[in-house]
Every structure is written in structure tokens, then in C-alpha cells.
Design a protein around this ligand. Structure first.
Ligand SMILES: C[S@@+](CC[C@H](N)C(=O)[O-])C[C@H]1O[C@@H](n2cnc3c(N)ncnc32)[C@H](O)[C@@H]1O
Length: 223
């Protein structure tokens, strides 16, 4: 049976937004936590498990705050190649007084920290080449403990209008400097099945666009 998962109240999400030092981060956090279904989806996947979590390309660490607001207290390690975001993530974690949240700067194209537990990759694969995507997926799969999961959200390449909007918005994020890089290549569903099944995971892929216009999917690999 799937364990029941609490949904944080608007006040709890607002409390997370108020941890941000910069006004832009505060507005972004508020809007993102209220509208993006991905954090709740990750929470549902890991609910009831005590395995630690590795957040690849963690940004300012919103996932870790969301799961803490759900009462999930497993250790979280986040890394991102944007040092400004890591500084912000550390600041927010210290201000919140949460224990066992750690954030470090690191480039997922070259190194994935040694780890065993759940691994999460949200919205970063579009910045990688195909071979970098395959390498990261294989390295991430290796770090998934028995009984744990690799949880990915990615836009998938296809010929839908949603895909065209996803690409436009990723270019916009680069233009307004929220992202350090413009998108490089979007993966497709057969690529996930090929790479993750070869790494020994059972793969499930489902739409994850909620109320957004984006061509986002949740890809879950279980060991
Ligand atoms: C759309 S944001 C998502 C942030 C976070 N995963 C979330 O959902 O709240 C993409 C993140 O990937 C990070 N990123 C992009 N390329 C990366 C790389 N090569 N190594 C580590 N992080 C990377 C960016 O700095 C950014 O924080």
C-alpha cells in the first residue's frame, strides 16, 4: 500500500519562501512551490522510506525544504554547479535550522558524489549532450540502493506543442540569467529505458505537466 503523504499548507510554503535572502529568489520560490507538482511527486515516490537522498542539480535546495515540510527527515545531499545557488541553499538550510541537509558545488557532467540511497534529477538533463546524459544516468543509477529509486523529471523531445513551449521557456530562463546555460539537448523516452534498464532499474514513465504548459515527464527507476 502507498503510504499517505501530507501536503504542506500555504503557510508552510510561505515560510520556505521567507528563508530566501534575495527578493527574486523569494518570488521564484513562492511561485514554484505553489504551482509545480514535481516536489509532491518526488515526496510520494520516497514516502515511507528512510533511505537518504541525493539531489543532483539541487538549485537553491527547494526539494529538501519541501520534504522537511512534509515531515520527512532523511539526510539530503544536494549539489549544483552554480555556486551562487549553493550559497543560497546553505543560507536557507541554516536559517531553517534543519539538520542533515548538506549542499556542495559540483558539476554533474564530471562527478557524482559517492552515495547510496534515492537519487533525484529534476530539470537538468536538457543542459547536457546525449553522451553526458547517458553517463550521468548510469552514474546516478549506480547510486540507487536496493529498494530505492532514481526519480527524474525531464522535458521529453517529441513533436508536441508542449515540447516547443518547454524549449522557449528554457531559452528565456537563460536570457534573464536564472540559468547559467541555454538547453543543449532534450532526451526522449527510449533513451531513458535503454540506459536505466541496462543499469538494472525497472523503469516507469508518466506525464508530469500538472497545470503547466511544459512537456514534462516523471521517470522513475527502481532497484
Ligand atoms: C531548472 S533548475 C532545477 C533546480 C532544482 N533541481 C529544482 O527542481 O528545484 C536546473 C538546475 O540544474 C543546475 N545545473 C545545470 N547544469 C548542471 C551541471 N552540469 N551540474 C550541476 N548542476 C547543474 C542549474 O544550476 C540549476 O540549478
Amino acid at each position: 500500500m502507498t503510504p499517505s503523504v501530507p501536503t504542506p499548507s500555504t503557510e508552510a510554503l510561505e515560510k520556505i519562501a521567507r528563508l530566501c535572502k534575495r527578493r527574486w529568489d523569494r518570488h521564484y520560490t513562492r511561485a514554484k512551490l505553489r504551482s509545480d507538482p514535481v516536489y509532491g511527486a518526488v515526496m510520494r515516490e520516497i514516502a515511507g522510506s528512510t533511505a537518504p537522498l541525493l539531489d543532483t542539480g539541487c538549485g537553491i535546495g527547494l526539494l529538501s525544504h519541501y520534504i522537511r515540510a512534509c515531515g520527512h527527515t532523511v539526510p539530503v545531499t544536494g549539489f549544483d554547479y552554480d555556486e551562487r545557488k549553493i550559497t543560497a541553499a546553505k543560507h536557507m538550510a541554516a536559517l531553517a535550522g534543519h539538520t542533515q541537509l548538506s549542499f556542495t558545488a559540483g558539476d554533474a557532467r564530471t562527478t557524482v558524489p559517492e552515495f547510496s540511497g534515492h537519487v533525484v534529477i529534476l530539470d537538468i538533463l536538457q543542459f547536457f549532450t546525449e553522451s553526458e546524459q547517458d553517463t550521468l544516468l548510469t552514474a546516478a543509477a549506480k547510486r540507487v540502493a536496493p529498494g530505492a529509486k532514481l526519480v527524474i523529471r525531464s522535458g521529453l523531445r517529441d513533436d508536441s506543442w508542449r515540447f516547443r513551449i518547454t524549449v522557449l521557456c528554457d531559452y528565456f530562463a537563460k536570457l534573464c540569467l536564472w540559468m547559467k546555460a541555454a538547453p543543449t539537448r532534450y532526451p526522449d523516452a527510449p533513451q531513458f529505458r535503454r540506459v536505466l534498464e541496462a543499469a538494472g532499474l525497472r523503469v516507469r514513465i508518466e506525464p508530469m505537466w500538472g497545470g503547466t504548459p511544459f512537456n514534462n515527464f516523471l521517470i522513475v527507476g527502481e532497484r
